[in-house]
Write a protein that binds this ligand. Structure first.
Ligand SMILES: Nc1ncnc2c1ncn2[C@@H]1O[C@H](COP(=O)(O)OP(=O)(O)OP(=O)(O)O)[C@@H](O)[C@H]1O
Ligand SMILES: [Mg+2]
Length: 235
């Protein structure tokens, strides 16, 4: 049974009220979300936050990760106070480490096949598709991958894909962004001694009020993503 306070049937929330408010109450269900950002910007932490929120509200999740083993994921999530081990043991959370880089040109197809097997789950997360991009997998193949994800989302599953936009050209990023129901962009920049992190909610279908909002945040050990005033984020 979902404990999702704002909208139990149509949104997925992180469980962090400030973050959820900035994201228009949560991500729509049966949708495709693109989370963009450079290395270290917070893509994995944000997906972990969303995954933890979804699990706590009663949803089932499958994570395809090119970055973690099951063990390193549990350790990483515990370090930011997200303990999902029980869900893993109950199989409400399934984690598939997948060496996308080693799969070469077959990476998108193999990933899609694995995702198709998990179509009955509530939430599928791919972190990160950047590892699938290689000589054999260019912008056009990436666009094709997103098109298929969009079709899968049409069947009722919610899909989140992380990607370092710099990995493919803008000619392909524009149609990919347009196709996605939600687009979140994470940025990390150095301002003197300070590292500033921001989350831009470029769009979320059905939550027009949040479109364009920018949130400053910090990743705090033992806590997770903490929203901070944007003026403070800017220094
Ligand atoms: N337990 C923690 N304590 C403090 N900071 C943390 C913790 N876990 C993650 N971080 C920080 O959160 C930030 C975001 O990391 P994250 O792994 O989400 O980036 P990313 O966008 O996924 O990068 P990449 O593209 O390299 O995978 C990093 O600066 C990282 O050091
Ligand atoms: Mg990552």
């Amino acid at each position: 049974m979902s404990s999702n306070a704002l909208n139990p049937t149509t949104s997925i929330q992180t469980g962090n009220p400030e973050l959820d408010m900035k994201m228009g109450g949560g991500l729509p269900r049966a949708s495709l979300t693109l989370i963009e950002g450079t290395s270290g910007a917070g893509k994995s932490v944000l997906t972990q936050q969303i995954m933890s929120g979804a699990l706590h509200s009663g949803l089932s999740c499958t994570l395809f990760t090119s970055e973690n083993t099951v063990k390193s994921l549990m350790v990483q999530m515990q370090s930011i106070d997200m303990n999902v081990l029980d869900y893993l043991l109950l199989r409400r959370l399934r984690v598939y480490p997948i060496a996308l880089m080693r799969l070469g040109k077959n990476a998108p197809d193999m990933l899609l096949r694995a995702m198709h097997n998990e179509i009955k789950r509530d939430l599928l997360i791919v972190d990160s598709f950047t590892s699938a991009i290689s000589h054999g997998v260019n912008g056009s193949r990436t666009l094709g991958f997103f098109e298929t994800c969009k079709r899968l989302a049409g069947e009722g599953v919610t899909i989140i894909v992380t990607l370092h936009a710099g990995a493919i050209g803008n000619d392909f990023m524009s149609p990919i962004r347009s196709m996605c129901d939600a687009n979140l962009v994470l940025r990390s920049s150095q301002d003197g001694q300070r590292l500033i992190k921001t989350l831009e909610v470029v769009k979320i279908r059905g939550a027009s009020s949040s479109t364009g909002s920018i949130v400053g945040f910090e990743v705090e050990p033992g806590w997770g993503m903490r929203v901070i005033p944007i003026s403070k984020a800017r220094g």
